[in-house]
Design a protein around this ligand. Structure first.
Ligand code: SIN
Length: 488
């Protein structure tokens, strides 16, 4: 992997960190070092912002069709190189190759979707109701953005921010997660190859995020922050953005309830739960975190879920047959194991999994816990691992109360065959996204995002580009006023 980019990308040029420092990237399946990457500091970050600032005016005036065609070429190139990107994602993040391929397809779709949205940026011209003025409303790019992306979907979370920023005409400083920087760096190279002008996308990799975000958020050249990550970090970044009243988009934590009603098709609910829980090994903010199951179907559902999860093949993501890779690092695995141990000590029953395996890598087995109660820590924290805690409810009222008893509100899943119940629950559950009889809501054409402490703003869909645009209104005196006043 040595010929892949590992330096910073500033103003169209690859360069080492000003300090000369570098950091190691590890394969989570083995712990082995797979690359050494430039470790940026404040000086590098400010150089990246200066490049983004210089590029902003010409880039913002580029015809939307030109921006659309760059995105479309990027979609074609990423799709053509899917296998190369998938292998790199698996190497640095650990997920099975099949999931990495699916992520590349998902990530590429953001490029295609926003290539289609770019030429649709529109405004309006109308008469004020009192007839006195004409109102001209137009959109313009918000300006240079800081994009901070997480490690769990190294390509898709990057394209979900970069594509709408390109479509809107914004320039960027991207800071990918230090655990998985290689995919973003390779994608940056791809964007340059398909014609993205110098300075539009600048990339700084670092082990010291505060050294980057602090000076950038304080700098008047920066106009926007888009962050995907944990709620505690999101809160700190919102506070740091307040002084300059920066436009912020926040895609933060979740604690998704997965509600299985008495009238659900239990087999379909089990399949939905397998996807909602095990996609990305549970390392997703949309992962089902609490399985709330009606007492009448709880035993059947839980037994079938345990059977399905125990059939997962745990191993390195690039090994044939693997369906569950390692967790990202030791800290993540210790957290997951700690939550399970704590639940068991408090009375939960392990139906499958539940203990850390021997050997190298940060593996944790698929785990199903029964007899979980709402006050247990595992029901109140984002697990971010392959653990399914099952809680039982008796009434719809109780299910809604349990589901909404969280500071988070990213996504809720409901399985029921009753249309009225489905619609009623979709209106009562406090979440930005609701999945009805499905375990997947993620879709480039849909507005992804949460309510409550799960975030601000939306990514994807028609809404996604709005995060990178601001609305400008021009008031124009009634054009007939001069004629009526007798002015020639
Ligand atoms: C996330 O976990 O941050 C995003 C998951 C998705 O897009 O499906």
């Amino acid at each position: 992997m040595t010929d892949r980019p590992t330096d910073l990308f500033v103003d169209g040029t690859w360069r080492p960190a000003a300090s000369g420092r570098r950091f190691d990237v590890h394969d989570p399946a083995t712990g082995e070092v797979i690359a050494s990457v430039a470790d940026a500091g404040a000086e590098d970050a400010l150089a990246a912002l200066e490049a983004a600032h210089r590029a902003q005016a010409p880039w913002g005036r580029t015809p939307t069709r030109v921006r659309a065609e760059i995105l479309r070429r990027a979609f074609d190139a990423l799709t053509a190189r899917s296998e190369e990107f998938a292998r790199l994602i698996t190497a640095e993040m650990g997920k099975p190759l099949a999931e990495s391929r699916a992520e590349v397809a998902y990530g590429a779709e953001f490029l295609r979707w926003f290539s289609e949205e770019a030429p649709r940026i529109s405004g309006r011209y109308l008469e004020a109701p009192d007839g006195a003025n004409r109102l001209l409303v137009r959109k313009r790019p918000v300006g240079p953005c800081l994009l901070i992306t997480p490690w769990n979907f190294p390509i898709a979370m990057a394209t979900r921010k970069i594509a709408p920023a390109i479509a809107a005409g914004c320039t960027m400083v991207l800071k990918p997660a230090d655990l998985t920087p290689l995919t973003s760096l390779l994608f940056t190279e791809l964007l340059a190859e398909v014609g993205l002008p110098d300075g539009v996308l600048n990339v700084v990799t670092t082990t010291d995020p505060a050294a980057i975000s602090g000076p950038l958020l304080a700098d008047e050249r920066l106009r926007k922050l888009s962050f995907t990550g944990s709620t505690p970090v999101g809160r700190r970044l919102i506070a740091a953005s307040a002084d300059r009243v920066l436009k912020v988009s926040m895609e933060l934590g979740g604690n998704a309830p997965f509600v299985v009603c008495a009238d659900a098709d239990v087999d379909a609910a089990v399949e939905g739960a397998v996807v909602a829980k095990m996609r990305n090994g549970g390392e997703a903010c949309v992962a089902a975190n609490r399985l709330l199951v009606h007492r009448s179907v709880a035993e059947e559902f839980t037994a079938k879920l345990a059977a399905r999860l125990s059939a997962f093949v745990v191993g390195p993501g690039d090994a044939p047959g693997t369906t569950l890779g390692p967790l990202i690092d030791e800290r993540s695995r210790a957290k997951v194991a700690g939550l399970v141990d704590d639940a068991v000590a408090a009375g939960a029953t392990v139906l499958t999994g539940g203990s850390v395996p021997e050997g190298p890598g940060w593996f944790y087995p698929p785990t199903v816990l029964a007899d979980v109660r709402p006050e247990m820590t595992i029901a109140n924290e984002e697990i971010f691992g392959p653990v399914a805690p099952v809680l039982v409810f008796d009434t719809e009222e109780e299910a809604v109360a349990l589901a909404n008893a969280s500071e988070f509100g990213l996504v809720s899943f409901v399985f029921t065959r009753d249309l009225d119940r489905a619609l009623r629950l979709s209106e009562r559950l406090e979440a930005g996204m609701i999945g009805i009889n499905t375990g997947v809501v993620s879709n480039p054409a849909a507005p992804f995002g949460g309510v409550k402490a799960s975030g601000l703003g939306r990514e994807g869909g028609a809404e996604g580009i709005e995060e990178y645009l601001e609305t400008i209104y021009v008031g124009i005196r009634d054009p007939y006023a001069t004629a009526e006043a007798g002015v020639a």
